[in-house]
Design a protein around this ligand. Structure first.
Ligand SMILES: Nc1ncnc2c1ncn2[C@@H]1O[C@H](COP(=O)(O)OP(=O)(O)OP(=O)(O)O)[C@@H](O)[C@H]1O
Ligand SMILES: [Mg+2]
Length: 262
């Protein structure tokens, strides 16, 4: 994976379906804009691009492969093809949305990224190393936040909020996906990735508070690294920047209530 050398930072949310990724990614985007006065861009996978649109049809069980034999039931796409489609969608996403924004100095907040491919597609047949391989040229996130929520709670949340259940969303499968996520996180951390696991089984405002704390810790390191770079060119480090960061509060309850999504 390639490091992100652009000015904007790339922060990714991961988790099981119903774990609150969309909610928290939107809250963090708002936090950057309103509390830090920094441009932030929310985006998600699968994308609205051509490959993403196809994936969404498969996930919502509206696209099947016709059976070769007239009596057999239509088949759904196999995991190998799914993994390739997700990797293609991700390449398109990076090229058309993520990288242009990062280049402009805008922080990109992504709702799912490559860890989801590792966790979901390796559940069945597609091989873990191979999935890593087809994602080799993507940009490494600067920070990944995994929202850990018990699979049973995720299913409950989805049942109360949705009319349909998507592919991968039954309890047994989510249990396996959670295990895969934790394994993939462990491995990725040993490869130097910055990944924070946050307890997502608490009220949205408390999850947001924990997310902001993790992001502030990360930004402190970013400021320190920039300080070192500046010292090389004899510029003054900014203690002020750090003080300002430490003072930045999470969004308040009314601010959160204003954009509750699901
Ligand atoms: N911390 C929370 N506590 C209780 N309910 C929550 C919490 N966060 C989100 N929800 C609710 O759970 C549902 C799923 O949340 P959300 O859409 O943010 O999850 P998601 O991880 O993006 O799910 P999906 O994978 O389906 O996109 C929504 O109805 C949302 O309002
Ligand atoms: Mg979502």
């Amino acid at each position: 994976m390639k490091a992100n050398f652009f000015q904007g930072k790339f922060i990714v949310f991961e988790g099981l379906d119903g774990s609150g990724q969309t909610t928290q990614a939107h809250l963090l985007t708002k936090w950057f804009m309103e509390k830090r006065n920094q441009f932030a861009y929310y985006t998600k996978e699968p994308t609205d691009g051509p490959v993403g649109a196809l994936l969404k049809l498969v996930l919502s069980k509206r696209l099947f492969c016709a059976a070769s034999n007239g009596n057999a039931a239509p088949r759904r796409l196999d995991e190998t093809s799914m993994a390739l489609f997700f990797a293609a969608d991700r390449a398109d996403h990076l090229h058309n949305e993520v990288i242009p924004k990062l280049k402009e100095g805008v922080h990109v907040i992504a709702d799912r990224y490559y860890l989801s491919s590792l966790a979901y597609q390796s559940v069945d047949t597609a091989d873990y190393q191979w999935i890593k391989e087809i994602n080799r040229n993507i940009i490494r996130p600067d920070l990944t936040i995994f929202l850990d929520v018990p699979p049973g709670i995720c299913v409950k949340r989805m049942k109360t909020q949705r009319w349909h259940v998507e592919l991968y969303e039954d309890l047994d499968n989510l249990e396996r996906v959670r295990k895969n996520f934790l394994l993939a996180i462990e491995k990725s951390k040993t490869e130097g990735e910055q990944i924070e696991i946050i307890d997502g089984h608490q009220p949205p405002k408390d999850v947001h508070k924990a997310v902001v704390q993790a992001v502030k810790n990360f930004l402190r390191l970013v400021i320190a690294a920039e300080k070192n770079q500046h010292q090389k060119t004899d510029q003054q480090p900014t203690q002020q920047q750090l003080a300002l960061l430490m003072e930045t509060e999470p969004l308040s309850e009314p601010e959160i209530a204003a954009i509750q999504l699901g």
